[in-house]
Structure formats: C-alpha cells, structure tokens
Design a protein around this ligand. Structure first.
Ligand code: C2E
Ligand code: MG
Ligand code: MG
Length: 553
C-alpha cells in the first residue's frame, strides 16, 4: 500500500511499520520497533500523536484526524490524514493502536487554492463579493439577535479609469492593491474589507451601537478616515498619483433588513449620491434618498424630452443705466412644462449641467438670443440694446465654444458688440490660461464679458487681474440686505471700488427698491437690474415695457 502503516502497543511502543513509514521518517523498521514517538519526532508532534492514540483506544473506535508535520531540516510542511484504530486480541483485550497515514499535502493545497479562488480576490487578496455576501448574511443574523447595527461603506474610486488608461493596467493593479491595504488599515479586527470588482470596494462594520444615530456617527467616523487615508498619494511603479474615492454609507441590521441584497443596494445608491455631490466625499443613504433618486431620474428624462420638443422660452429682464434708460436685457431661460407650468432654471440648470444637457440647451439659448439681437438691430429704436446670456462652465469649457459663438453670430447676423456673456466664478477655477485665450478670441470680435454672482465663489483676485472682463455683477445676495447689513454694504462697496480701479463696469442685480438703488448710486454703481426696473418678462411684454420707459435717444 502507498500509505504509511504502523502498529504500537498500549504504551505507544512501535511493534511494526511498513516501507513508506521507514522512508518518511528516514529510519529502518529495525530502528523503529521498540521506540516511541518521542524518540524520533519533535515533542509537540509526539504529544499530539500519543494523545490521538489514547483517544482512539479510549473510545474503542477508529479516529480520523488531520495533522501538519513540519520538517525542520528542509522546511517542508506535510499534511497527513491519519486513521488510528484500536486493536484487540481474540479475548477482546486491547493490544494497542494501528495507524494508517496518507500524505494529503497536494490535495490540501488544491483545496485551499479553490477556496481562495472562490472567496478571495486574487489581486488584493481581499474577500470577494461572494464572501462578503456570506459574511453579511451572518452579520444580519447576528444583528437581529443582539440588535447592534452594522454599516456598509461602498467605496468607488473617482478616477480609476484615467489611471488605468494613462499609466497602464499594471500600475492600475498596483493602485487597487494599495487601496485594499489602506482600507484594511482603517477597520477593526472582525470588520470586513471586500473588493467587489473593478474599483469597487466594500467595508462592512459590525457591532456598532444599537441606536441608529450613534451607529451612523460611528460609521461616519470610519468613512471620514477612509476618505482621508485614500486621499494620500500613491507611489506606483514609475509614477505618483492621487486618487479620490466616493463613499456611500448605509446602516444595516437590527430589524431594518430582511432582504440580504438591500443593504448593498442602498450603499451603492449612496455612493452615487456622493459622486453627484462632486466626488471625493461621503454620503449617507436615508429613506428619503431613494425618492430623490427616482424623482431626479424622472426630471432628467423630462428634460431630455423638453430639449427634443423645444419646450423652452426666453424671458428678458431689463438692465438699466443710472438715468433709468434700458440699455439691454439679460435672457433667463424658462421651461414651459406641459403639466408643471413655467419651471424656474434654478430647478433644472444644475441637473442639465450634471447630465451634459446644458450643451444643447445653452446653444439653443445663445441662438435664440442672437436671433433677437439681429431683429432688434434692424429697428432704430432697439438697435442699441444689448443681450446678456448666461454661460455655464461646462458649456464654456467645451473645446469648440468659441467657434460655436462665432458661427451663431454669423448665422444670425447679430452684432457681436451687443452680445454679453455672463460667466460665473465656477468657470474660472481650472485652467485660467485656456479661459483667458477663449475670452480673448471672442473679445477680438467684439463680444463682452460679465462676471455673474460676483463674490459668491472662490475666485481669487489674482485671477481677476488676468481675465479680460468688462463688467462685474454684484450678486443679489449682497444687495438684498445692503441697507441693513453693514457687511453686505462693505462688500458691495469693495466690489464697486475694485471694478472702478480695474477699469471695469459694475452692475448690481436684484435691485428691488428705490432706497437700494439710491444707496448703490452713492457707492458709485450706475447700472442696475432687478424687480424695481422690471421682472424677467416674455419678449412681447418686455418690448411693451420698453415702449413705456424712456428709450435712450
Ligand atoms: P442669474 O444669472 O444670477 O440670474 C438672476 C436671477 O435673479 C434670475 O433668476 C432672476 O429672475 C432673478 N432676479 C432678477 N431680479 C431680481 C430681483 O429684483 N429680486 C430677486 N429676488 N430676484 C431677481 P432665474 O431666472 O430664476 O435664474 C436663476 C439662475 O439660473 C440664473 O441666475 C442663472 O444662473 C441660471 N440661468 C438662467 N437662464 C440660464 C441660461 O440660459 N443658461 C444658463 N447656463 N444658466 C441660466
Ligand atoms: Mg446671470
Ligand atoms: Mg446672478
């Protein structure tokens, strides 16, 4: 037989053994008979072996067990599967124990490999989705007993695709492996870090507080730690990269969940919420969120439809000079929703920006505004009027923005000198040089620029110096309480002084009262826009209003 075979008496003294046993222990049968395990095994193994002998003899039944044998001389570790059977003589007197042992090292290694492939991710050596689900199931069961909450943190890298595409898959893999290590460093023993695939990881926290709020706080702390740790630079083979995560968190357990998939779905949704909030951030799932997600999807679909069906209309709001004459209008888009009526841009512009729908919408606005400019240009009474068009960051940063504006001007026949583009500070935050180049290209043709909502963003004054602007627009937030809030007054005063010293025009938006206008005039601001002079109106009403106010000579 290919297996080891031996017999010992009741005292553990060898009575016989076969060739395989001889070979395994490197001794002849003659040298083994009459000895015990302690004569040729290390103490630990000999203790274990004789304990098994005793157990088999005491129970009177065959005993199957597995043991690892380490060979000190060549460092080899062998796993043996052993059956020890008590033996008796014809009178049922116990004689000793018969052992059979088989080397199962290779089979064990294969089993371990299969287990690892089935439950672990080969790249990061973290538990995979299947293992996570298994642990989550157990965690849910445990939690329904002791009522302590758990949390799932869904972690998705924000720019993994870029790393992979620019640095290659090899370094992409290195990044993922390092992310795995860092995540593992953020959790307590007993918590789980898993890789679902791609750049998606899940951290499962267990045994949090029973109370939802304190459990959420505990999870938030870990979420912030993960955020900070993953924000550190990564050293890859031949590059150093920054990679940020978006993290969605949900609580599970207690009696919250019956369906095993639900917590993962919630964490996933929360992660998307984190992405939508600008990435590199943590977002919690709460029941209201699902509703928000659904409503957003509906709004997005409706917005696409609206662009297809051209359900938009421009409203015109007068911009006036110091003497009250209308110098032009800002066009403000409205969505003529078939059921909801006029929808304010505040409701759909942010979504249009996120989804990229702002591009066709913005082009539509620009085109409509330029057509109107051209029409006004053909009539003496209105030929001097300017139109201000709001341009969103995404639109401005499009590679062909300059060409789009120029070709719209050319196609409509509008005078570029009457077109003013309103940018917000958000446009300026990245790539100032590109911004300046685009602005110059348009200014060369006569188009002018106003900085909208000035004072509400983060742009530094050094940016301002570089930009070829024509006008600053004081945000209505400062005008609202300008008469009562000394800070608002001081800021407005500062903006006006800044504009004057830089040779820029300045216009105040949101002017609603004569007192505000008076105050602004005293500070040196001579252009205004606001309900005091006219609300945003449909074209025909705006033109009617023009007829009543004194038009410039
Ligand atoms: P904005 O460009 O700062 O426009 C000024 C907003 O203030 C307008 O809101 C206008 O109706 C409102 N407003 C004007 N005068 C007064 C006043 O005296 N008092 C008060 N309380 N409010 C006043 P609206 O039309 O809802 O537009 C909101 C924002 O939507 C705009 O802010 C602009 O950022 C964006 N938007 C509007 N149309 C477009 C567009 O065609 N393209 C882009 N990209 N954004 C647009
Ligand atoms: Mg504006
Ligand atoms: Mg504004």
């Amino acid at each position: 037989i290919p297996d080891m075979f031996w017999m010992k008496d009741v005292n553990g003294v060898y009575q016989s053994c076969n060739r395989v046993f001889e070979r395994f222990f490197g001794a002849s049968e003659a040298n083994i008979i009459g000895k015990t395990d302690y004569d040729f095994m290390d103490k630990q193994l000999a203790d274990a072996s004789s304990a098994n002998d005793q157990e088999a003899m005491n129970s009177g039944k065959p005993l199957l067990h597995e043991e690892s044998v380490d060979f000190a001389d060549d460092g080899r570790r062998v796993v043996m599967e052993t059956i020890k059977t008590p033996i008796y003589d014809a009178q049922e007197k116990l004689l000793g124990v018969l052992g059979i042992a088989r080397d199962v090292t290779a089979r064990k290694a294969a089993e371990d490999e299969i287990r690892s492939l089935a439950f672990y991710d080969t790249l990061t050596h973290l538990p995979n989705r299947r293992f996570l689900i298994d642990r989550l199931r157990r965690a849910l069961a445990a939690s329904s007993r002791h009522q302590q909450k758990g949390a799932l943190l869904f972690v998705d890298l924000d720019n993994f695709k870029t790393v992979n595409d620019t640095l290659g898959h090899h370094q992409g893999d290195q990044l993922l492996a390092q992310v795995g290590k860092r995540l593992s460093s953020c959790v307590r023993e007993g918590d789980t870090v898993a890789r679902l695939g791609g750049d998606e990881f899940v951290v499962m926290l267990e045994n949090l507080s029973q109370d939802n709020l304190s459990a959420a706080t505990q999870a938030e702390v870990v979420g912030q730690t993960v955020l900070a740790v993953l924000n550190q630079r990564y050293l890859l083979e031949d590059s150093e990269v920054l990679s940020t995560p978006s993290i969605g968190i949900t609580l599970f357990g207690g009696n919250l969940d019956t369906d095993i998939d639900e917590p993962l779905k919630r964490a996933d949704l929360a992660m998307y919420q984190a992405k939508a909030a600008g990435r590199n951030t943590v977002r919690f799932f709460d029941p209201a969120m699902q509703a928000v997600v659904v409503a957003r999807a509906a709004l997005e679909a409706a917005l696409r439809e609206a662009i297809r069906l051209q359900q938009f209309q421009l409203y015109y709001q007068a911009q006036v000079a110091a003497d009250g004459t209308v110098t032009g209008a800002e066009v403000l888009v409205r969505w003529k929703h078939p059921e909801r009526g006029m929808v304010s841009p505040a409701e759909f512009i942010p979504l249009a920006e996120e989804t990229g729908l702002i591009l066709p919408l913005g082009q539509w606005v620009l085109n409509a505004a330029c057509m109107q400019l051209a029409a006004w240009g053909r009539v003496t009474a209105t030929a001097h009027l300017t139109i201000s068009v709001n341009v969103s960051a995404k639109q401005f940063h499009k590679a062909d923005f300059v060409e789009q504006v120029l070709s719209t001007l050319a196609q409509t026949g509008a005078n570029p000198r009457r077109l003013k583009l309103e940018l917000t500070e958000g446009v300026l935050v990245d790539n100032v040089d590109e911004v300046v180049a685009k602005m110059r290209a348009l200014k060369d043709r006569g188009v002018s620029f106003s900085l909208d909502d000035f004072g509400t963003g983060y742009s530094s004054l050094s940016y301002l110096k570089k930009l070829p602007l024509d006008q600053l627009k004081i945000d209505q937030g400062f005008i609202r309480d300008i008469l009562t809030d000394p800070d608002d007054a001081a800021i407005s005063k500062m903006v006006i002084a800044l504009a004057n010293s830089m040779g820029l025009g300045v216009i105040a938006e949101g002017v609603e009262t004569q007192a505000q206008r008076q105050f602004l005039a005293e500070l040196g601001c001579r252009e205004y826009q606001g309900y005091l002079f006219g609300r945003p109106l449909p074209l025909n009403e705006f033109e009617a209003q023009l007829g009543k106010t004194a038009l410039a000579p």
